[in-house]
Design a protein around this ligand. Structure first.
Ligand SMILES: *[C@@H]1O[C@H](CO)[C@@H](O)[C@H](O)[C@H]1NC(C)=O
Ligand SMILES: *[C@@H]1O[C@H](CO)[C@@H](O)[C@H](O)[C@H]1NC(C)=O
Ligand SMILES: [Zn+2]
Length: 387
């Protein structure tokens, strides 16, 4: 941006700050906030972003005994503190998913509270993802988390989440949409997922995702490929977790076979320079999750060597996201602080990547334009000064 643009940004920034001083952007968290401006988040799991207090409340109401009785105790059971393996990380969900799954009130509540938490972080638009099957206890095979069979189907789970998100949007004045996840180890669920995406595409569901163990590729599991083909046919947006711990070939498959429009993580793309150059040229969007990538063992724990530094230096199209703030005991601001402190991210870059995130979001064109206008205004930019 030019000097004049920067001055204008400073002036508008000040006005914005005073206008917002009493509002949600004033964080109550202990850590300093390096980018206290409206943000976009595109990669965060609903079931990895639950309040610990809510888990305790619901467990008490349902008479479920947990290994911790207080927020502190339960937090230390759930969180991953040191770089772990993906298996260990995935095991963390088993500590609490049985409390929330199958419970209508709890599912609506976690969606509502999620929106409140995002609003507090200064997020103005979020796409939150989850597997409806993991929260159901009927019409799902096998029934997850060792629940007894009940009467809550994946379809009703989606309706409950939609409702919780919508109530949260109204209460906290931000926009929240959802992405439904297929699971790599459960290809038989994937056709349900695409049908749910189609049914609820005008009620908050914007895309399909594929999550889980990347060693299970799609050659061997045609269920995912068929679901993604149907998504293409119906104009349902597509993202895929790929190249987080899996090799660049998983990224290639995501883009070429599943026709992903965004890549979840994608760090290992850098191991195949030809593929990386091709995706850069295509303006492929990478959903980067810094703290997550350290604690799952996906990336070198030394943040100064993080792949996102290469993405930034190449002015790639990417976003910064939390992934699973419950399990990493993190917040979006902590991810931004990390990028600032260890990777030299500047205010200008934070603005740029949020503009890219908005451009890459799965809203309809008209709403996307509105969202971009909001960001330009908040960042003190006019269209002509945009990167
Ligand atoms: C979780 O994060 C909070 C805020 O950064 C910190 O005060 C707390 O000690 C952390 N909890 C654990 C168990 O590490
Ligand atoms: C960034 O990537 C997304 C998804 O591929 C795309 O829709 C968007 O247009 C890209 N942004 C730019 C500026 O090309
Ligand atoms: Zn993820």
């Amino acid at each position: 941006m030019h000097i004049t643009g920067r001055l204008a940004a400073a002036v508008i920034g000040c006005r914005l700050l005073s206008a917002l001083s009493s509002s949600r952007l004033r964080s109550t968290m202990a850590e300093p906030v390096v980018f206290n401006k409206p943000k976009i988040e595109l990669h965060v799991h609903l079931d990895g972003a639950i309040r610990v207090q809510t888990i305790l409340d619901v467990a008490e109401r349902r008479g479920i005994t947990l290994p911790g009785k207080t927020v502190e105790e339960m937090t230390s059971v759930i969180i991953v503190k040191e770089p772990a393996t993906l298996t260990k990380f995935l095991g963390k969900f088993a500590e609490y998913m049985h409390v929330i799954a199958g419970d209508r009130e709890a599912i609506k509540r976690i969606a509502y509270e999620f929106v409140e938490d995002k609003a507090k972080e200064g997020v103005i638009y979020v796409e939150v993802r989850y597997s409806p099957h993991f929260l159901a206890n009927t019409k799902v095979d096998p029934i997850p988390w060792q629940q007894e069979e009940g009467d809550l189907s994946p379809d009703e789970v989606v309706r409950l989440v939609n409702e919780g998100l919508r109530q949260g949007e109204r209460a906290f004045n931000i926009k929240a949409r959802s992405i439904l996840c297929c699971m790599r180890h459960m290809p038989s669920w994937s056709m349900d997922i695409i049908e749910l995406c189609k049914t609820y595409r005008h009620q908050g569901v914007v895309a399909i995702d594929l999550a889980g163990d990347e060693s299970l590729n799609c050659e061997a599991f045609p269920g995912h490929r068929m679901a993604y083909e149907e998504a293409v046919r119906c104009g349902i947006h597509r993202t895929v977790h790929a190249g987080e711990v899996g090799p660049p070939s998983v990224v290639k498959e995501a883009v070429e076979v599943l026709k992903a429009e965004r890549v979840g993580h994608g760090y290992r793309t850098l191991q195949d320079q030809a593929l990386y150059k091709q995706l850069l040229a295509q303006n492929m969007h990478f959903e980067i999750c810094p703290i997550s990538s350290k604690l799952t063992g996906a990336c070198d724990p030394d943040f100064t060597k993080h792949p996102v530094i290469t993405f930034r230096n190449d002015q790639a199209n990417y976003s910064l996201n939390t992934d699973d703030p419950l399990i990493f005991n993190s917040t979006l601001n902590l991810d931004y602080n990390t990028a600032h402190k260890y990777m030299g991210f500047t205010e200008e870059e934070f603005k740029r990547l949020n503009i890219k995130s908005a451009e890459s979001c799965f809203l309809p064109e008209e709403e996307k334009r509105e969202l971009l206008q909001k960001l330009y205004k908040a960042y003190g930019m006019t269209r002509s000064t945009v990167f």
